[in-house]
Design a protein around this ligand. Sequence first.
Ligand SMILES: [Zn+2]
Length: 64
Amino acid sequence: MDEFMEEMNRIVNCKYCGRPTLYGELTWLNGKCMCPRCYKKEREKEDGDDNRRDTQMARQSLPG
Ligand SMILES: [Zn+2]
């Protein structure tokens, strides 16, 4: 268990932004291992189309 905790608290550099990140904070997305910042960016990229659609729908429901 201690070894596991040590592994989680090891600092590694994110492959994508190069920032030092706790190993335990790395997240897998689409087969890639990235820090929370890059994960958020990737998710925003993926959700971008949906957000645009929502905005369009919101605009259509407005009067005028
Ligand atoms: Zn990163």
